[in-house]
Design a protein around this ligand. Structure first.
Ligand code: HEC
Length: 211
């Protein structure tokens, strides 16, 4: 790998100074996605489906464990908004609606993964809010499969040997298992030296590579 040292330089910049992995933040990470993909029809006085995402109080009414909720804290697979946003554009129930003229593009995989993670973490609109549904109410089977087999399509938490943390998708492990390729939320891929990762992250990379 001839541009190896370059990759490492780039990586030291993406590992943040904090040793703890930050939770997804609604205001800075999720709202911009909803704003780009959904607000066109789900904001203001004429919001479709009575789903108003721009008004915090109104939006909060659609988050919870009740029948009217479109985001269910701790339960992304049971959240109508995520189900609809995940449907292929060939499905007429998809959001944004495929038939609508001038509708924005659907969420990218990366955006969807981040929104899923936000819901898993409790779909909080303010940092430090307590989710009204503790994650323990998740169906047991789902929790088990998740902990047994780490999911490649999900964003993972990585840490390096000096304890710095990063959120990234797993892409690939080199054949000799000395380098791992990761992808940041914004889609940038980079290569990282396995020996510079924490033991935990090395194990995670191997598990995800099926080794
Ligand atoms: C081009 C307009 C448009 C865009 C953009 C759009 N929607 Fe919708 N949405 C609608 C319409 C119209 C309805 C009501 C009819 C329906 O349910 O299909 C609706 C309904 C919904 C509902 C059902 C609400 C309920 O109470 O049943 C959900 C959930 C939803 N949208 C989520 C989303 C999400 C998430 C996005 C962004 C990824 C999005 N929508 C983007 C037009 C849009």
């Amino acid at each position: 790998m001839k541009n190896f040292s370059l990759s490492i330089l780039a990586v030291s910049a993406v590992f943040t100074g904090s040793a703890t992995v930050e939770a997804v933040d609604y205001q800075t990470e999720i709202r911009p996605i909803l704003s780009k993909r959904c607000f066109q029809c789900h904001s203001g006085p004429r919001a479709k489906g009575k789903l108003k995402m721009d008004d915090k109080a109104k939006f909060a009414e659609r988050i919870g464990d009740h029948d009217n909720a479109v985001f269910k804290p701790g339960n992304p697979t049971g959240s109508l908004a995520i189900i609809k946003a995940s449907l292929p554009q060939s499905d007429s129930d998809a959001m944004p609606p495929p038939a609508a003229r001038s509708a924005p593009d659907p969420m990218t995989r990366t955006e969807l993964a981040l929104v899923r993670k936000w819901v898993e973490e409790g779909a909080k609109l303010e940092p430090g809010d307590t989710p009204d549904t503790p994650p323990t109410t998740e169906p047991a089977s789902e929790t088990t499969t998740e902990t047994m087999a780490p999911d490649k399509t999900k964003i993972q938490s990585w840490s390096n040997a000096s304890g710095k943390a990063l959120q990234a998708f797993f892409v690939a492990l080199s054949n000799d298992s000395t380098q791992v390729k990761l992808k940041k939320e914004d889609g940038t891929e980079f290569v990282y030296d396995m020996s510079k990762l924490s033991a935990e992250s090395q194990a995670l990379a191997k598990k995800l590579a099926g080794k």
